[in-house]
Structure formats: C-alpha cells, structure tokens
Ligand binder design. Structure first.
Ligand SMILES: Nc1ncnc2c1ncn2[C@@H]1O[C@H](COP(=O)(O)OP(=O)(O)OP(=O)(O)O)[C@@H](O)[C@H]1O
Length: 695
C-alpha cells in the first residue's frame, strides 16, 4: 500500500468529522470506522490512567499504538474490548459500544490477544484452538482447517503438545493463533511480537498487512518495537494516558523531520515535556502545534478534534436484549468440556478432590466422640475382703476404658501429681459396714457418711475427667434411686457424640470444599487473564458461573456418594429417613458453597486473600452453626446470628431426616431446605452484582 493510499482514508476521516460537526444530530456512528474513542477517561482508584483520550481506527487499517511502558495502552485496549468500563467518554467498536446488546463485540467479531498469555496450561494446542472454536460457533471442520493453517503459519509445534511444555515464544504464538482463529473483523493485539524471532515477526506483520487489504479487517496492535510499527497504516503515539499524535508513520516522521519513527516519538515526548508540566496542558499544546503548524494536506490528526462530536444514540429491540441476557448453551457446553479436559489432565488433583471429604469424615468418625481407652486411674482400697462392697463396685467399672491401678495412698497421690493418673478412687477400710449402716439407719454420724462414701480425686485439666466422672457415675446408680431408661423414642441407647456431629460435619465438609475449589479456580483464572479472554470471546459471567456450577455438581455428586457410603456402611451412622432427601440437602449445601465461592472470587482478585477469606469464615461458622455443640448452648445475641447462618437449620434438618426419619412435612426439615435455597439465591445474585460492578 502506498503512502498516498494510506493517507486518503484519514483525510476522508478528518473531513467526515468536520462534516459531522456541521451537520450535528442525530449522530450515527461514522461509517468506515472500526474503533472510535472520544474523551475516554479511566482510573484505577486515584490513579488516572486514561484522560480525555481520543483515538480513531479506520476500517481496513492497521493501527500501531505506541507508547512507553505504563502509559495506559493495555488499559485502553481493555476498555475497547469491554473488559474494563470507562469512567467517562464514549467508545464505539465496529459501530456500537462494546457489550451493547446484540453486538458481537465481545464475541465472534473481535479477536483479542491479551498481554498475559491467558492460556490453559493443561491444554494442548489443539484443545486450545478447539475450545475457542466452540465458543465462536465454528464447526469442527472449520476449526480443524484453521488450526492446520495457523500451526503452519505460526510455525507451532505438534498440535498435541501441551501448552505448559511450550517455550514462552511458542505460547505467545498459540495465543495469537487463538485470536486469529475465527477470522475476526477486528483484531486487538497487545504486544503479539514480544519474544518472537525477527523472521516470524516479519511473517506476522506480513499476514496482518495481507488481511487488512480486503478492507474488511482492522487491526489495533501495541508494540515496544517502534520501528516495526512503520508497517502500520496509522500510528498513535501515547503518553501519560493521552494520545500525543495520530497519523500515518511517514507523516509523523515528516512532521518532526525525523529519520525514524522512534526518533519522531522521542522528539514528541521532549516537546511535550517542555511545553507544559501537566498532562492536560502538554496535550493541548501538542494538539495546537499539530493544528497550527501543519500543512492541510498533511494527514496528521490533531488530538481532540472529535471531542465536539455528539455521542450517537443507540436503541435495541427488547427481544435482542433478552437474547443477550439469556445464557447460551453452546458457551456453557464449551466451558464444561474445558473443565472436564482439565480434570482429565490432572488425575491426581481430581482423585484428591474426590477423596478429601471421605478422608475428612473418616478422621472425624474415628477420632471424635469415641470412648477413650486405657485411662489410668489409681485405686486405693483399704478393704481387704474380696466379698466387700468396694470390690463389687469396682467390678462394675468398664475395664476397657478405665484401667484400675491398685496402689497405696502415698503412691496414688504421687502418681496423680506427676500426671501418671487421671484420678484416684479411695475406699476406707470400713466402707462396706459404714455403707450398710447408711442404707439401713435413718440417722448416722458424719464419720459413717464419710467412711461409707467412695472418695474420688480428679485431674480436671482434660476433657477426660468428664469421661471418668461419667464412668464412676455408673457406680453411683447402683446405690442411688433406681431409674430405668426405656427404649428411646428417637435414636438409640448408645447414641454418641459422633452421631450428633456427623450430619453437620457432612454438610460443612461439602460446603467448604465447594467454596475453596470455586474461589481458587476463579481467582486463578481471572489472575491469568483467562476469564477476560473468554469474556472477549463472547462468554458472559452468567454462562461462566453456570458452567462452573454444572461441572462442580459432577464433582460434588461423586464426593457425596463416597461420603454416604462411608458414613452409612463403614461407620454405621443410622439413617431412618429418605436417602433422596439426604442427598438433596447435601447437594444443595454444595451448591450454596459454590455460590459463596463465586462471591469470594468476584470480590477478591488475589488467591491468597481468597484463601484467607474462605478459611477465616470456616472456623467461626463451624462453631456457631451448632455443628459441634448444640445451638441451645450458645449465649443469646450469638444464637440469633447462628440461626441465620447457612448450615444451622440445614444441619438440624439433616439430623431430623437421618435420626427421626422425618420428611418435608415437618417444619424442621423444610426450614433447612428453605434456608439453604435462600442463601443459594442470595449468593448467586450477590456474585453477579459484584462481577457486574467490578467489570
Ligand atoms: N488493575 C490495576 N490496578 C491498579 N493499577 C493498574 C492496574 N492495571 C494497570 N494499572 C496501572 O495503570 C497504568 C497503565 O498500565 P497499562 O498496563 O495500561 O500500561 P501499558 O502502557 O500497557 O504498559 P506496558 O507497555 O508496560 O504493558 C500503570 O501505571 C499501571 O500500574
């Protein structure tokens, strides 16, 4: 393309703008423009990265966006593709603002290569291109044909090579291939030639020059190799969040009597530094110097020329709007297949995910709530006759738990002070006769009461004392008021602490594993730029969430099957109720965990913070949800908090189903389901809102 040819559209553009200014509203988007940015501002907190930036990419042109590191090029490209919202101004891409309902930007019309590689490391080259092909709705034949072309053109290794095994340059080329895959009308390439050898770099530029020749494809490309941008039709020189100049490379060089583009850029920076201290004044002066000092035939566009144009009004049919919001099954399926392929490539991690809940519940059943074994208790028995009451009483003690060590008084107390025994049981030498007197006579002396009592000294520093106490208490029943405990209405005579804890623990394990896995996978995908890349390819946040939910449901189902097999068959936890209700409640709690994980990942960018948030909530929730200790023991203000937590009523409901055999007609059961569903909905809405607000 000759320099003259290049100049024409820009002159037309300039004239078009002047005309638009004259003819005023209603102002449709000028034809022949691929991208138009007007007065675009964007800040990160207090840092103003783009300020009143105006940029125009004509259709069928390569636009080289140049500027020093940190000047805001990537930020601008992200605003153009719609992954970042602008704080002020107007952007139109291929005729409409990005993400406008019914517009295929983001979507098939745009190919985006982000600066981060944004590739799935567990994928092969073929998986990567197939995945993006599915999202763009390409047939497998078309994807295959494009794949063969791109592998050849980009000099890529075998298509079955794993991305994680490729070199940095090869990965960059795969990333470029993914952007070129669907033959988009607009290519947005953020430093595509970094780490690429000069021969291939020339080939890539040649390809770009070729594809724009048709006039249907436009390219915006950032690069630090300023001289390679001479092959662009237009270059934009950016600094401090503003465009200092925009025009064909030759014209920019001529304007500054520079022999190279790099030289022209340096001059421009020096001029702008001398002219004003604030970015605003610098740019204003620059634009004025372009305007006043230039020959009208020179097609350099002064910056800020278009800012007086009216912003076009766009309207859209409600049906298109509804279609835009509704999730597309094609995208959900593509994302689910992606997750399955990744799982297949990481069998160790998958097994860990399946087995972790079983390991946790097994440890819980084995280590919590059981009877202690071999608690050593010193026995000081001053009676000698084997037919005495003291011997009879001691024979009632459960010897598997309490190991009786007959000792003298001195030895027993030395032992307990040295921490060798948890208790000392003492009988006086007249125990049998005094006890008999106590039982037969209405009034006895203090000495008789004392001598006819079993004396117990305990070490109360461990929970074991309660157990010893309980075992000794069984001796007291022998001489106390006779009470007979009949067959329990619900539960069994030997219901232990494990039985109480298990339902809550099952829900808690399912919930927190889902929280952790969801939060981590989303935060990592976002950090690596994968979420943004999928979004630019046309996948909505809702589709991403639904796909994750469905894939995670598969993992949860396997986890629940294994969990139930273990608790019911191995640890013999009773279940009197409907297994369908049990499974449904556990699945719903898993879904609540996924939704909560989505909230964490929507609000937090960093995996360390996400982990801290998940872990920080885990322990308080476990304690005040009535999982370990009954809610009735929680002091009042905290009890109200406990009752609104996602697992309090759900644990109670699961206990009622499993141990009382209750169904949905009982309030305590349906309340557990209702609260779980309520939290589910709340978390999903919250995650969607946070994602929307943060885009
Ligand atoms: N997520 C973010 N949060 C806060 N500041 C950010 C964020 N992303 C970028 N910035 C800041 O915005 C400025 C512009 O960054 P940007 O990545 O757009 O520059 P760039 O011109 O693309 O640089 P480079 O050529 O080195 O890629 C920098 O000062 C950067 O620190």
């Amino acid at each position: 393309m000759s320099a003259d040819q290049k100049d024409v559209p820009l002159l037309q553009l300039k004239q078009g703008n002047m005309k638009a200014d004259l003819e005023a509203p209603p102002c449709p988007e000028p034809e022949g423009l691929a991208i138009r940015c007007r007065d675009v501002c964007r800040s990160y907190g207090k840092l103003k990265v783009l300020s009143n930036l105006n940029l125009t990419v004509p259709q069928g042109h390569i636009y080289g966006l140049l500027g020093p590191s940190g000047c805001g090029k990537t930020t601008l490209l992200k605003c153009i593709v719609g992954t970042l919202k602008i704080s002020w101004g107007h952007i139109s891409v291929l005729g409409k603002p990005p993400a406008f309902p019914g517009h295929e930007v983001p979507g098939r019309m745009v190919g985006y290569m982000p600066q981060d590689l944004a590739l799935y490391n567990e994928f092969t080259i073929s998986d990567t291109l197939t995945f993006f092909g599915r999202i763009h709705g390409l047939t497998s034949k078309d994807t295959q044909a494009r794949m063969n072309f791109l592998i050849d053109f980009l000099d890529l290794p075998q298509k079955h090579s794993l991305v994680r095994n490729l070199s940095g340059g090869q990965r960059r080329r795969v990333s470029l291939g993914a952007a070129l895959l669907q033959n988009p009308e607009l290519l947005i390439l953020d430093e595509p030639t970094v780490g690429v050898d000069p021969v291939l770099r020339a080939k890539i530029w040649q390809h770009l020059v070729e594809i724009v020749k048709t006039g249907k494809v436009s390219v915006i490309i950032t690069t630090h190799y300023i001289e390679e941008a001479r092959q662009a039709n237009v270059v934009g020189l950016m600094r401090n969040g503003r465009l200092l100049a925009e025009g064909p490379p030759e014209a920019v060089m001529k304007q500054h009597s520079a022999s190279t583009l790099e030289h022209a850029f340096l001059q421009l920076c020096e001029t702008s530094d001398q002219v004003g201290s604030t970015p605003q004044s610098r740019v204003l002066e620059d634009s004025q110097s372009f305007e006043s000092g230039r020959d009208e035939s020179r097609p350099i566009l002064g910056v800020g020329l278009e800012s007086t144009d009216e912003i076009p009004k766009y309207s859209v049919d409600w049906k298109v709007r509804v279609r835009h919001v509704l999730p597309k099954w094609r995208n959900i399926a593509a994302l689910m297949i992606k997750t399955m392929v990744r799982m297949k490539r990481m069998p160790g991690s998958l097994c860990f995910q399946f087995l972790l809940p079983v390991i946790q519940i097994s440890l819980m059943c084995l280590c919590i709530g059981g009877d202690p074994k071999g608690i050593q208790v010193a026995v000081v028995n001053n009676e000698t006759s084997p037919s005495s009451y003291s011997y009879s009483l001691l024979s009632f003690l459960d010897n598997s738990s309490v190991e009786q060590v007959p000792l003298s008084h001195a030895e027993a107390f030395t032992g307990i002070y040295n921490g060798e025994y948890w208790g000392v049981i003492g009988f006086s030498k007249n125990f049998t006769s005094y006890l008999t007197k106590r039982m037969l006579q209405h009034q006895v002396s203090r000495d008789v009461v004392d001598g006819g009592s079993v004396h117990v000294w305990l070490d109360l520093t461990s929970k074991l004392w309660a157990f010893v106490d309980n075992k000794l208490g069984s001796m007291a029943y022998l001489v106390a008021l006779p009470i007979k405990f009949e067959e329990p209405v619900y539960g069994s005579q030997n219901t232990d602490f494990t039985t109480f804890v298990t339902p809550g623990a099952v829900l808690s394990i399912t919930f927190y594993l889902a929280v952790g896995l969801t939060a981590l996978s989303f935060v990592l995908e976002r950090k690596e730029g994968l979420l943004d890349r999928c979004w630019v390819a046309g996948v909505s946040s809702l589709e991403t969430m639904l796909a994750h939910l469905f894939s995670q449901l598969f993992v949860i189902s396997v986890q629940i099957i294994l969990l139930l097999l273990f608790i019911l068959l191995v640890f013999k936890i009773p279940n009197e109720g409907s297994i369908v209700l049990v499974v449904a409640l556990i699945v719903l709690q898993g879904v609540t965990g996924i939704s909560f994980g989505l909230v964490i990942s929507a609000a937090i960018d960093d995996e360390q913070n996400a982990n801290q948030a998940a872990l920080g909530i885990f322990y308080p929730n476990l304690i005040i949800s009535g999982i370990i200790w009954p809610v009735e023991c929680i002091p009042y203000p905290l009890r109200y908090l406990s009752l609104v937590l996602p697992q309090t009523y759900a644990s109670e409901a699961l206990r009622c189903i499993m141990y009382r055999g209750w169904g949905l007609t009982h309030m305590m059961v349906w309340r557990g389901f209702a609260v779980t569903l309520g939290w589910n909905t709340f978390f999903l809405i919250l995650a969607t809102v946070i994602l929307k607000l943060r885009t």
